[in-house]
Design a protein around this ligand. Structure first.
Ligand code: ADP
Length: 504
């Protein structure tokens, strides 16, 4: 009769201690497995099993480690077995598990032929004892293989034992130390080992307890298993959430990437358009200047009487033509300047520029305009040694623009002040006026090209709204800055900051 069966049962197991699950009196036609936590328990359990057999004249075979063999011998003696006598009668055969195992191992696996050649004769000899019943064997070679990390070998050996039972009648108890099954990966081999046996006996924790505390242990175990399962589920959910978050992040990142490349594309297009605009302005301004020069030339010729005598009325008309021509030429020059700046076609010739001299040269040019408008002007002369690192011509252009604006946007009786200030490696030049001021929402706009705050004012005060845009670009081109502070109806202060020459 074949030992192995997919049906495992504990039926027939008689209570031992406190109603335990001992295999002592279990149906002997089985291939049972005993899991244990302590060697003492194993030794006791195996001794019970063999002792019951010996009492029924069933020969015993022990294939175990020396410690376990000694332990079993001691236990049997304690149960009143006369070991010397049963050994002498050949009723108890004891073999060393290590050497027996080695005798049939081949290339790391138990070899079927060698196994049969080693093990079968033991059973045959035992069966030949006078009056002998079915043989009871205890073996732990499978446990040795498992402890060496050879789970496959242990399973193969279990099969060989099962195959041997096709030709030989015996019952077999295998012992496995439970502590070696401590890993999730061991769970599969654990259940494969159980499947090789007809009877599975749990460790002392369950076998030696009375019924009620065993039930408590089992409930605790179930509860722990459930807690583990729900922990696993919780972790799976977390993992899924994390995965979703990661893919969302990936999606956002790629959206951001494409937004960035769109923005980059838009910026390139805007730059292209701006360059095209500036080139157009530069060409147009140039083309406009030629006929304007012709207008000026012919007006002058007429004025000096080249075409015949000029009447007073005609002279006034000619003067208006010339004024308008100059105004238009000024505007066109500004547009041209700005267009040049925009296309980056401006070269800066940086030299040491004495600040005081520069201010005096600029104020001289604006005096007539300030006088005509009845404005007071003051300049607190700065240290003559204060020198800027700048392009003199461009600095002059900025200064003139600031002074002209101050004069333009300050009503009669108002005041204009120029002040200088040293700030470390920089110098600051303030142009203050008590003029119309600039509304707060327009402060940041006035440096944009073609921006004029109040068309009502500007219409009466000339300009196209390019002066500040040009001035700021020039200031920045020289490593400086142009900023403004203003209170509507009170006045404005424009501040030009530039590097000092000594700071180099
Ligand atoms: P423009 O003087 O040719 O109009 P600007 O670029 O020099 O152009 O100035 C832009 C605008 O900033 C002016 O139209 C005016 O509205 C405002 N602005 C400039 N300077 C002053 C100032 N000192 N006081 C009040 N407003 C000013």
């Amino acid at each position: 009769m074949r030992l192995s069966s997919s049906r495992k049962t504990t039926e027939g197991a008689k209570p031992r201690r406190g109603g335990g699950l001992s295999i002592v009196d279990a149906n002997p036609h089985r291939h049972a497995v005993q899991f244990y936590e302590s060697a003492e328990f194993l030794v006791r359990s195996v001794s019970d099993y063999l002792h019951a057999g010996l009492k029924a004249n069933e020969p015993g075979i022990i294939i175990a480690t020396p410690e376990h063999r000694d332990g079993i011998a001691g236990e049997l003696t304690a149960r009143g077995v006369d070991l010397a006598s049963i050994r002498a009668r050949g009723m108890l055969t004891e073999l060393d598990a290590h050497t027996t195992l080695q005798s049939f191992m081949l290339n790391g696996n138990p070899d079927g032929t060698r196994f049969t050649a080693t093990i079968a004769p033991l059973f045959e000899a035992a069966r030949r004892r006078p009056g002998a019943g079915r043989v009871r064997a205890y073996g732990e070679m499978v446990n040795l293989l498992w402890c060496e990390g050879n789970g496959g070998g242990a399973l193969a050996l279990e099969s060989l034992w099962n195959r041997l039972s096709d030709t030989h009648e015996f019952s077999l108890l295998c012992g496995y130390g439970l502590e070696r099954f401590d890993d999730a990966a061991d769970a599969a081999i654990f259940s494969a080992i159980c499947a090789e046996h007809t009877h599975v006996v749990p460790t002392e924790r369950y076998v030696e307890r009375d019924e009620s505390s065993r039930l408590v242990e089992i409930s605790l175990l179930q509860q722990r298993a459930q807690a583990l399962e729900s922990e696993v589920r919780r972790r799976e959910q977390l993992e899924a959430t994390l995965r979703t978050a990661l893919s969302e992040r990936e999606r956002l990142l790629s959206a951001e990437r494409s937004a960035r490349s769109e923005a980059e594309q838009a910026r390139r297009l805007a730059e292209q358009a701006n360059r095209a605009k500036s080139e157009f302005l530069a060409i147009m301004s140039h083309e406009l200047r030629t006929p304007l020069n012709a207008i000026a030339g012919y007006a002058e010729l007429m004025e000096i009487g080249v075409q015949g005598p000029v009447s007073t009325g005609q002279r006034e008309a000619l003067e208006r033509i010339q004024r308008s021509q100059r105004h238009l030429l000024g505007l066109i020059n500004q547009v041209l300047n700005y267009a040049r700046l925009e296309t980056g076609n401006v070269r800066y010739a940086l030299t040491d520029v004495p600040l005081d001299a520069m201010v005096r040269a600029a104020e001289a040019l604006v005096f007539p305009q300030m006088q005509a408008r009845g404005l007071r002007y003051s300049y607190a002369a700065c240290d003559a040694t204060l020198v800027l690192r700048a392009d003199g011509e461009k600095l002059q252009q900025i200064m003139l623009n600031l002074l002209t604006n101050a004069a333009k946007f300050t009503d009669r009786g108002g005041e204009i002040k120029v002040e200088t200030e040293v700030a470390g490696e920089l110098a600051r030049l303030h142009v203050r006026d008590t003029g119309v001021g600039i509304p707060p929402d327009k402060l940041s706009l006035i440096f944009d090209p073609f921006v004029q705050v109040d068309s009502q004012y500007t219409r009466t005060r000339d300009g196209v709204g390019l002066g500040l845009a040009i001035s700021r670009d020039l200031a920045r081109g020289m490593g400086g800055e142009l900023s403004v502070a203003s209170t509507l109806g009170v006045g404005s202060t424009f501040t030009l900051t530039l590097p000092r020459a000594s700071s180099r």
